[in-house]
Design a protein around this ligand. Structure first.
Ligand code: ZN
Length: 489
């Protein structure tokens, strides 16, 4: 028991330092003066080195081994499971490889940004080849003879396997391609008005509050790319404003509010421990997606939002709730994943998943990536990629070494589909509440079923417990086919 207590004291200090590092990152995206970039890089690097040393510290391994023989209770067992996974991953990767990867990805990110600006995939291919080579080395060190890609995936979605992802995507792809073809053939209303920046921000704050965001333990600032950061009692989100497209600000705020409510909803006793944060990227994304899509883009809530937007912006040229609901859910040709509608979003992910698996397996070389991307895009989306910045160069992930991350976006959508089906059966009067802009029943159900547990259960288990059955793609597919089928008379 002493070993466990001593270990947890070390972990709390490490978690606190990690929160500080995260807050530096938040500051860099929101507040930092532009002249501070070099100094900030040094500050961040120093903190990262401290964190790495603490993660790999042999004394941590000794305390962990001693604590593991103590017959711990459920919470302690879960804490130890997280610490064991983290310690093994940190110590399996040789120090010089970790340093080389950090240096290379920092350089590769700059080269990616330049190549994207110049629409020049050939300028990025050589450095990406280096990233892939080092990621394969890292994966080999982690996998110990197992599947390389799966070893990388495990960083973001512990316990998920390639076999299960393959089966899930095989079920989704033909049905989504068919739905996409129908949806693109339909007519969709668009907004054509000016939406005042301050009025958008006031409404965004109101939406965050209605979806359960606690401003006493959070704040909203502006950033180029919306994100949420932090855990426990300091969870911050950012948003952005486009005065001709209010849905950008409003729905990205709802999305980030979902991430933030997950962190704010975790059992307070877990604060600054390994259990005190969202358990995986997929479960995290399930919370942001169900807030944004199933709830926020649902018919009932859109009816309320239409009235609220008329109050905030006056007549913006959309006549009636039904037209507004169709404008919110408009399906259109687009190349950019982050701007994709619900129908096409997962097709973007499957494309990236198959290509990054081929890169890590050594079956695809980076010089052939653009052609492979464009072929696949045309097949699944039915229209061609017009330029590389709208194709293989659009996402930052590969340049910074995030291989195995993309499928967690689709897992989030699949989990959200399962959770929404279960929520509809569990929350009495849900539709009536949503039609009043009242999210309290929905968000309380998510907090009690998913969010409060933090890292207590494995990702698949927390979803299965909340839904009463194992997660699968069927509820999401039925939801999409029914929703968009009704939107395309
Ligand atoms: Zn997200």
């Amino acid at each position: 028991m002493t070993a466990y207590k001593d270990l947890m004291a070390v972990e709390r200090a490490t978690q606190a330092l990690a929160q500080v590092a995260g807050r530096l990152g938040w500051d860099q995206e929101t507040m930092m003066p532009c002249g501070a970039a070099d100094q900030r890089a040094e500050e961040t690097g120093a903190l990262a080195a401290v964190l790495h040393t603490r993660r790999c510290d042999p004394r941590r391994g000794d305390l962990l081994a001693a604590a593991e023989v103590g017959g711990p209770d459920e919470v302690a067992r879960a804490q130890l499971r997280h610490i064991r996974r983290d310690f093994d991953r940190a110590t399996r990767v040789p120090e010089d490889l970790a340093v080389a990867l950090a240096r290379l990805t920092s350089r590769a990110q700059g080269q990616w940004a330049a190549a994207r600006a110049a629409d020049d995939p050939a300028a990025f291919a050589p450095v990406l080849a280096e990233v892939v080579r080092l990621k394969r080395e890292e994966a080999a060190a982690l996998a110990r003879g197992g599947d390389l890609y799966e070893a990388l995936l495990d960083d973001y979605e512990p316990g998920m396997t390639v076999a299960r992802l393959d089966a899930m995507f095989a079920e989704m792809r033909p049905r989504l391609v068919a739905l996409r073809a129908r949806a693109l053939a339909a007519d969709w209303p668009t907004l054509d008005a000016h939406f005042d920046e301050q009025a958008q921000l006031r409404l965004a704050r109101e939406l965050a509050r209605r979806f359960g965001y606690d401003f006493a333990r959070g704040r909203i600032d502006m950033a180029v790319h919306p994100f949420s950061s932090g855990s426990g009692d300091d969870v911050r989100i950012t948003t952005r404003v486009n005065e001709s497209d209010p849905f950008n600000c409003l729905y990205s705020t709802i999305h980030e509010t979902g991430h933030a409510c997950y962190e704010q909803g975790i059992e307070p006793a877990y604060r600054l421990t390994p259990l005190g944060q969202g358990v995986s990227m997929g479960v995290h994304e399930s919370q942001s997606r169900i807030y944004e899509n199933q709830l926020g883009r649902g018919r009932a809530f859109c009816g309320w939002l239409y009235g609220r937007m008329r109050e905030a912006f006056g007549d913006f040229g959309i006549a009636g709730e039904e037209t507004f609901y169709r404008a919110v859910n408009r399906v259109h040709r687009g190349h950019i994943r982050t701007e994709a509608d619900e129908v096409q979003y997962n097709l973007h992910i499957m494309l990236r998943y198959d290509l990054e698996r081929a890169l890590i397996a050594g079956d695809l070389v980076t010089g052939d990536l653009e052609a492979a991307w464009n072929d696949r895009f045309a097949a699944d989306f039915g229209y061609p990629v017009d330029r590389a910045s709208n194709g293989a160069l659009q996402d930052v992930h590969w340049s910074v070494g995030l291989f195995g991350y993309f499928p967690t976006y689709s897992l989030g959508n699949v989990y959200a589909g399962c959770l929404y089906r279960a929520m509809q059966g569990a929350v009495q009067g849900l539709e009536g509440q949503l039609a009043q802009g009242d999210l309290s029943g929905a968000t309380a159900w998510l907090r009690d079923g998913v969010q409060c547990h933090g890292g207590l259960y494995e990702p698949g288990e927390v979803i299965a417990r909340a839904c009463g059955q194992a997660a699968g793609a069927e509820p999401l597919l039925v939801y999409l086919e029914e929703k968009f089928g009704a939107l395309m008379p």
